[in-house]
Design a protein around this ligand. Sequence first.
Ligand code: AKB
Length: 314
Amino acid sequence: MRTILITGSSGQIGSELVAALRARYGEEHVIATDIKPGGESLSAGPFELLDVNNRQAFHDIAQKYNVDTIIHLAALLSATAEANPLFAWELNMGGLLNALEVARELKCQFFTPSSIGVFGPDSPKEGTPQVTVQRPVTMYGINKLAGELLCDYYFRKFGVDTRGLRFPGLISHLTPPGGGTTDYAVAMYFEAVRCGEYCSYINKGTFMDMMYMPDAIAAIIQLMEADSAKLVNRNAYNVSAMSFDPELLAAEIRKLLPGFKLTYQIDPVREQIAQSWPNSLDTSAAEREWGFKPRFTLETMTQDMLVQIAARTI
Ligand code: AKB
């Protein structure tokens, strides 16, 4: 049985991943950590306060629980990183380096998410290949691309079993994202249910890849359990389930909430970030090497999101 340490557990991915892994491997086998105190659900199992920039504390907690797997999620997302580039470098790169060092010292399997942010304006926009030109123009993208290379280095040089996914925008009705460029999609669902209208900071015609959180959680587990020998692109798989712009998402919401109104007030920073990213990814390497197959389409995700949000609002 695995024993897994997760950093950034209170975040959008972490809060759902901790629950899924505890259900799969047992409560005591998943050590949730975060820089701030965990909520009720995280504290249902082992929880520790951890600043990932403190390597000694990171090592001590991992050793205390005898962990064999580290899932490193703590990071600033794209919009926040653009507003605080120096702190983004410090946290996104310093935290990752510490996590990899602890994984090396304690011989742990390792996962950290990458992002569609690793691509830039020079990358092909449609069907962006697994291996292609990567010249990101955001601090977040630079961090994530350097992170992929650092994970490759720890695999080749030290034999750490590193793995990673290039996540698109992740949609969830449970924990809101914070500081990302793709967050508008989640906000649109919540506002549609709350008041029937949404003002988008991303422009019509700006397409980005997206995926529903249950598919993201399943993909992490599937990749971590995959046969290492088959993982050619082990630290950086393109994954996505759909691509849409605000208009397409609004049209889907209107199938269930016909009066929904979409307006625009463009945020130039986030719009520019979005425009530097792909419109749609080629995910064939993930399909071929470890069987990636998302279940949710834009239609089924929208149905589920609206039902779940409405159920909570009543
Ligand atoms: C963001 O928008 O920053 C993230 C991402 C695509 O990595 N959701």
